[in-house]
Design a protein around this ligand. Structure first.
Ligand SMILES: Cc1ncc(COP(=O)(O)O)c(C=O)c1O
Length: 446
């Protein structure tokens, strides 16, 4: 039996899109604006503060991002759907490369290792490998996916997950990867057993306040345990080289990086006093994506972080980062179709061919609110949006507390399309096969 909604991943040559993607000049942007596209609509749950932007030109949203597939004209999206079905991810390689390069420019002293966990799709990894990115991997599967792009295990890969399956450490060693993060003594034992003599750095727990995902709840040693752990690693025959942290995913507060760097600096001093000269700082990921109207500037964040690094550390201290979300988030738009509709307890429900067990898990996990558009143009109505599976949790219109909450959209019925922006990070990567539904197919447009 065929899996509903499943289509082959495809690659579209730029010439296929000629004339519809012409955002490189103001003239063509103006031409696109005259299209009868409905506007960007946002979740009713944030409508109190931002209000539903009915009638607004959607090109003014994310205006600095020229290749965001969310901005494609509706006619082009409908065309892609005619060719490839739904649900699909529309992916811009150019946007991925631009996001990576922007981070690289903003953090000139930092070597970037893309966090494969954010989106491991082959085309994305190949794009990044092609422009010189390294990879932060967490498992055998991610190691193999990164190596398949031609990456060099020793030079281009770091194993930054602190909880490692020993079989995967063994695999890493076998292919030549020799850089591991740890945050407890049992990990020292595991690494020493399966990767004797490897380079290791200790991950510390830092404040994640203001970030969407609070990783420090689960990961990171207490800062006052860092030096004892590094000494224990040395005693176990490993090569302790530095300290890492993660300020939490979708971090909007640059001070979190600065506080963490201050803490690392203190640990470096403590280690020196114990005869250990550390030379490696991993500032993790956390760089944000614009889902709605979040106020940040990656270049400014990078400059502030770089200034603090220069104040605190000598040139011999190497900096690395493991960005995921900021590299792929806004390079992907999802298109999903209405496959059923009903009225329940006075509310209109729309059911789509993608949902929480596909692309929308972060709505439930972190109350993520994605930007929506439709290919319809009717009066604005209020809808509960749900996925196709048998589970009642499969509802992706939710408020900031995770409660089911309707959104305002132009009137939609069977076969109409919902276009969702900023769907690159932790969507496909976290999708399941629950109820036999396959994740959306990838359509690369440049
Ligand atoms: C160890 C590690 N590195 C990097 C990342 C990527 O973080 P982000 O996507 O917020 O940049 C994560 C995210 O969970 C992580 O756990």
């Amino acid at each position: 039996m065929g899996v509903p909604g499943h289509v082959r991943d495809v690659d579209i040559s730029p010439s296929d899109l000629q004339g519809v993607w012409g955002f490189s000049s103001n003239a063509s942007r103006r031409a696109c604006n005259s299209h009868t596209d409905p506007t960007l609509f946002i979740s009713a749950s944030i409508a109190d503060t931002v209000s539903v932007i009915a009638g607004r030109d959607f090109f003014s949203f994310n205006h600095e991002i020229k290749m965001n597939p969310f901005d494609l004209p509706t006619a082009t999206i409908e065309d892609l759907v005619r060719q490839h079905g739904t649900p699909i991810y529309i992916v811009s390689r150019e946007q991925i490369a631009e996001n990576y390069r922007r981070l690289d420019r903003a953090l000139p002293a930092v070597t970037l290792f893309y966090a494969v966990k954010a989106n491991p799709h082959e085309g994305i990894l190949r794009t990044l490998s092609g422009i010189g990115a390294g990879f932060d991997v967490a498992s055998k599967g991610e190691i193999d996916a990164a190596l398949a792009t031609g990456a060099d295990a020793r030079k281009d890969l770091i194993f930054a997950d602190t909880v490692k399956d020993p079989r995967h450490i063994e695999h890493a060693t076998g292919v030549g990867l020799d850089d591991f993060t740890f945050d407890n003594r049992s990990e020292i034992t595991q690494i020493a057993r399966h990767a004797p003599g490897a380079n290791v750095h200790v991950r510390i727990r830092v404040s994640n306040e203001g970030s969407v995902a609070h990783l420090s709840e689960k990961f990171g040693a207490r800062p006052d345990d860092a030096v004892p752990l590094l000494l224990a690693a040395r005693d176990a025959g490993l090569n302790p080289s530095g300290v890492s942290f993660h300020v939490g995913s979708q971090c909007l507060v640059v001070d979190r990086y600065l506080e963490a760097l201050d803490t690392v600096h203190a640990i470096f001093g403590e280690a020196r006093a114990k005869g250990m000269d550390l030379e490696f700082v991993d500032i993790g990921g956390g760089f944000p994506v614009r889902y709605q109207d979040e106020d940040f500037d990656i270049e400014v964040m990078g400059r502030i972080i770089s200034d603090r690094y220069r104040e605190l550390f000598d040139d011999h201290v190497k900096l690395v980062a493991e960005p995921g979300r900021a590299v792929v988030g806004d390079a992907v738009a999802l298109v999903t179709k209405v496959i059923s509709e009903s009225e329940r307890d006075g509310r209109d429900w729309l059911y789509f061919d993608d949902g929480v067990f596909g692309s929308f898990l972060e709505v439930v996990l972190y109350q993520q609110i994605y930007p929506f558009r439709t290919n319809t143009n009717g009066p604005v109505r209020s809808y509960v949006l749900a996925g196709p599976t048998c589970d009642c949790i499969d509802v992706f219109s939710r408020d900031g507390q995770g409660r089911v909450d309707p959104v305002s959209l132009p009137e939609m019925h069977l076969d109409d399309l919902l276009i969702v922006g900023a769907m690159g990070a932790y969507t496909y990567a976290e999708s399941t096969r629950f109820n036999g539904f396959a994740p959306p197919a990838f359509v690369y447009i440049d």
